[in-house]
Design a protein around this ligand. Structure first.
Ligand code: ADP
Ligand code: ADP
Length: 233
């Protein structure tokens, strides 16, 4: 079964004549192990879709199954559980806890996900290793570059082994060098079998995904599978 099964999803804001239709019957399936970029200009509905996929908001109509669970009609408490256990979030602004070591930042979501205390440290270290920052475990966010901070945030997103890693403009605050580093980490995670959905308005970022979906005015107008990258020999 797909990790994401989205059927005729609609979302409108406001009431009466002030009503805005942000998503119009969006249907989408994402299989385990896929790497999807969602693109679109400002106002096309990317954030609205991201918020619903991330269980931060509920749709007005349609259905959304995440990893087999119908999350379109859960209450706030249940949505919070799904967010903590099944989704790893990466944000544009990193959202690390300041003055707190990288290791502790990565350990935190495991507390919410119910991982036994004894396991948290070793799993956090393993996640930092995956993003190439094991030797920075004791560094605080302000002692790390933007790209390194975002890699810590990626480690935090993957440490609970979520069904879905959801990234909202993850390279939006990074220079081109750090952007490459972070995208390399996403590619590596995807090669390890992680399912990734990333929102971006940058073509170079979307080019690293396996599949590119384009939104215009709340509708999917394009859904392209990318040719596999040519491996250098
Ligand atoms: P994007 O992330 O692609 O810029 P959004 O999902 O933020 O697009 O917005 C899609 C449409 O929904 C826009 O017309 C926007 O103005 C409207 N919209 C988004 N959030 C709200 C809200 N909270 N209240 C009213 N309208 C909203
Ligand atoms: P961006 O940097 O892409 O604008 P933000 O960092 O502002 O995104 O976060 C987007 C929204 O997600 C905010 O409303 C924030 O409160 C919420 N948020 C941030 N971190 C988490 C988290 N770990 N789990 C759930 N919601 C979160």
């Amino acid at each position: 079964r797909p990790v994401l099964d989205v059927r005729r999803l609609t979302k409108s804001y406001g009431i009466g004549t002030a009503r805005v239709q942000a998503l119009r019957e969006v249907s989408l399936e994402v299989e385990a192990g896929d790497f999807v970029a969602i693109m679109g200009s400002s106002g096309s509905g990317k954030s609205t879709l991201m918020n619903i996929l991330g269980c931060l908001d509920v749709p007005t109509g349609g259905r959304y199954l995440l990893d087999g669970t119908d999350v379109s009609r859960l209450d706030e408490r249940q949505l919070s559980l799904v967010r903590n256990r099944r989704i790893g979030f990466v944000f544009q602004s990193f959202n690390l806890i300041p003055r707190t070591a990288a290791l502790a930042n990565v350990e935190l979501p495991m507390a919410y996900a119910g991982v036994a205390r004894a396991e948290r440290r070793s799993r956090a270290l393993a996640a930092l290793k995956v993003v190439g920052l094991a030797e920075r475990a004791d560094h605080r966010p302000n002692e790390l570059s933007g790209g390194q901070q975002q890699r810590v945030a990626v480690a935090r997103a993957l440490v609970t082994s979520p069904a879905l890693i959801l990234a909202d403009e993850p390279t939006g605050n990074l220079d081109s060098r750090s952007t490459e580093d972070v995208l390399d980490v996403f590619s590596q995670l995807n090669d390890l079998g992680r399912t990734i959905v990333l929102i971006t308005h940058e073509d170079e970022v979307a080019a690293r995904a396996r599949r590119v979906i384009r939104l215009v005015d709340g509708r999917i107008v394009q859904d392209d599978r990318m040719a596999p990258p040519v491996t250098a020999v």
